[in-house]
Design a protein around this ligand. Structure first.
Ligand code: ADP
Length: 336
């Protein structure tokens, strides 16, 4: 899927115009999982509606499997749309149909014959781990199970792209984790491209290969999850990363830490940061290092993290610690 210079302007009346999407360019490679993250109002829902053809952009082009869908006739669009499966925050299941009936629905629309439908429904329910729940109605299923039915339904017609719109936002953390595991399985075993729309960086971190950060209708940052997490460039990306990693003290924690003696530094840890050597040198010269906050994690098979330390003792040795580390990594002093 490729978005080229997509702009969407809403004009509710003559004077007020809202640019919901502003020159969005983005390529999603086949088989990739991409996270699109942004706060409320960033333009995510508008983007979803354009991708699934429910609305069209003011300008720009949107290529699905190489075909530009902008301005396409409804009859043709319907065919392309069947290549996109979609899951939603509120699951959007038919309450009057059983789990199996929900999964069967798109197959009926596609006019598959009955025997083939029944077989496909059972296959999909088993794939999502609900092989024995086909006869249950949505109200007899937990939130996580409902979303599994949603996933089975979205995949029943063999789409190449799965669009997940805040699909875990209504679920508790444990269930979120299970549903994300299932989406990972969908991607790995079926090779389906997944676009995950979310406002939670934790979701991006646990499932995506790449992430696009949106703000005011623009993609302000785009890269591999590792790149964006280890070195976010924009303030909005930094805020999202901080919520998922929690490895730097927030305002309240910083104030608490500053109420004690010594100087505080936050250091980016990498394999070449030279932290331990600097700590040893500082100790020899009469400055002592205490770890007071931090966290190291792995993403896409690479480790990185941040650590906040308090240095006490000889002022010159502290200064030297700061200078030597600023040559090999990023080190920032926390001050009032
Ligand atoms: P998000 O999904 O990231 O919260 P939206 O795509 O819903 O963001 O909204 C992006 C911007 O576009 C917001 O300023 C919103 O008010 C505006 N917007 C969205 N839909 C419409 C519409 N139908 N008419 C006018 N403005 C809209």
């Amino acid at each position: 899927m490729e978005l080229r210079g997509i702009t969407k302007v809403f004009s509710n009346n003559k004077s007020a115009k809202t640019t919901a999407l502003d020159d969005v360019t983005l390529t999603v490679e086949p088989g990739e999982v991409i996270g699109i993250i942004g706060y409320s109002g960033a333009g995510k829902s508008t983007l979803v509606r354009l991708i699934n053809g429910l609305d069209s952009p003011t300008s720009g082009s949107l290529l699905l499997n190489g075909t530009d869908i902008v301005g396409m006739l409804e009859s043709k669009l319907r065919k392309l749309r069947s290549n996109i499966g979609m899951i939603f925050q509120q699951f959007n299941l038919f309450q009057s149909r059983t789990a199996a009936g929900n999964v069967e629905y798109p197959l009926e629309v596609a006019k598959m014959d009955k025997a083939a439908r029944k077989a496909r429904v059972q296959e999909m329910l088993e794939f999502v781990g609900l092989g024995d729940k086909g006869k249950n109605y949505p109200e007899q299923l937990s939130g996580g199970q409902k979303q599994r039915v949603g996933i089975a339904r979205a995949l029943a017609t063999n789409p190449t792209l799965l669009l997940a719109d805040e699909a875990t936002s209504a679920l508790d953390p444990e269930t979120t984790h299970e549903v994300l595991e299932l989406l990972r399985k969908v991607n790995r075993e079926l090779g389906i491209t997944i676009v995950v729309i979310t406002h939670e960086m934790e979701v991006v971190r646990s499932i995506a290969d790449k992430v696009a950060v949106m703000e005011s209708g623009k993609v302000v940052e785009f890269g591999s999850v590792y790149e964006v997490f280890s070195n976010p460039q924009t303030q909005v990306a930094q805020r999202f990363v901080a919520t998922a990693l929690r490895n730097t003290p927030d305002q309240v924690e910083s104030e608490d830490l500053l109420s004690h003696e010594g100087r505080l530094f936050t250091i980016d840890l990498t394999e070449t940061s030279g932290f331990f050597a600097a700590t040893a040198r500082a100790a020899e010269k009469g400055a002592f290092v205490n770890i007071v906050h931090g966290g190291v994690t792995t993403l896409q098979r690479q480790s990185f993290g941040k650590m906040t330390v308090r240095l006490t003792g000889d002022p010159l040795a502290i200064e030297e610690f700061f200078h030597s580390l600023s040559l090999t990594t990023t080190i920032k002093e926390i001050t009032r």
